[in-house]
Design a binder for this molecule. Structure first.
Ligand code: SF4
Length: 222
C-alpha cells in the first residue's frame, strides 16, 4: 500500500524533494507550538521520561513523573530503592517491570561510564539498557545534538500517506526522510508530523478537508 502512495505522490504532486520545503513551511505555520509534550527539567528527567513513554501516552507519563521526579532526582536515587519500589512508582505507564529494570540499568551505566551524565552521541545512547534508536534520537535532539530523525507511529503513518517513503520499517523510513528533509529541520520535522497526526491526520479518519497539505498529499480524500 505504501508503495502506491509514493507513485501517486510523484504523479500528482511531483518529486518528494520539491514538496518537502512546502510541507515543513505549512506545518510550521499550522503548528507553531509543535514541541515535545513530555515534561522534564534536566537530562536525567528527559531520559527517564522518554524511556517511560513507550507504549503509553505523554499525558500518562507526565502524570507519573510529576511525583516520580520529586522522589528520584539523581541517577543514584533510582538505584537506592528496591526494584519493586521503582516498579510500583512507574506502574501506570505499563510494562512497568521492564521499564523499571531498564531505568536502573541505564542509571548504573550512566554512573559507571559517563560520570552520571547523559551522553549526547547516538551510539553511546543506544548502548544504554532499554534505549533504542527512537529514544536515542529524541534525547539527542532535545539536547541540541540532533543526529537523526525520530520515527514514531505518527511520523511513520504521515510519511507514508504523504508519499515520503514506501518503507514500513522505522530505520528505513528514517533513512528515506534523511535524504529529503534538510538537516536543519531534522529536529522539528518529527514534532510537526506528530502534532499534525494528533490533530488532523488522525490514524483512523484523517480530516483531509481541514488539512493544509491536501494539495500536496497523494492520500488526500478531497
Ligand atoms: S491530506 Fe489527508 S491524508 Fe494527507 S496529510 Fe492531510 S489529513 Fe493526512
Amino acid at each position: 500500500m505504501a508503495r502506491s502512495y509514493v507513485r501517486e505522490a510523484r504523479r500528482r504532486t511531483g518529486p518528494r524533494r520539491a514538496r518537502i520545503g512546502l510541507i515543513v513551511e505549512r506545518l510550521a505555520s499550522e503548528h507553531p507550538d509543535a514541541v515535545i509534550a513530555l515534561r522534564f527539567r534536566d537530562e536525567i528527567e528527559l531520559l527517564v521520561s522518554v524511556m517511560l513513554s513507550a507504549q503509553t501516552t505523554d499525558v500518562t507519563v507526565n502524570r507519573v513523573t510529576e511525583r516520580l521526579f520529586q522522589k528520584y532526582r539523581r541517577p543514584e536515587d533510582y538505584l537506592a530503592v528496591p526494584l519493586e519500589e521503582l516498579e510500583q512508582d512507574v506502574k501506570p505507564t505499563g510494562t512497568f517491570r521492564q521499564k523499571a529494570k531498564n531505568i536502573r540499568g541505564a542509571m548504573a551505566m550512566l554512573l559507571q561510564e559517563h560520570g552520571g551524565r547523559v551522553p549526547t552521541r547516538l551510539d553511546e545512547l543506544i548502548r544504554l539498557p532499554g534505549v533504542g534508536r527512537k529514544t536515542a534520537n529524541v534525547v539527542a535532539a532535545e539536547r541540541g545534538a540532533t543526529q537523526g530523525i525520530v520515527v514514531d507511529t505518527h511520523v511513520r503513518r504521515l510519511s507514508q500517506r504523504l508519499g515520503l517513503t514506501r518503507e514500513d520499517d522505522p530505520a528505513k523510513i528514517e533513512r528515506d526522510l534523511q535524504r529529503i528533509v534538510p538537516r536543519e529541520d531534522w529536529a522539528r520535522f518529527p514534532h510537526l508530523l506528530i502534532w499534525h497526526g494528533r490533530r488532523v491526520c488522525i490514524a483512523r479518519s484523517p480530516h483531509c478537508e481541514d488539512c493544509v497539505l491536501a494539495d500536496l498529499c497523494p492520500s488526500s480524500r478531497i
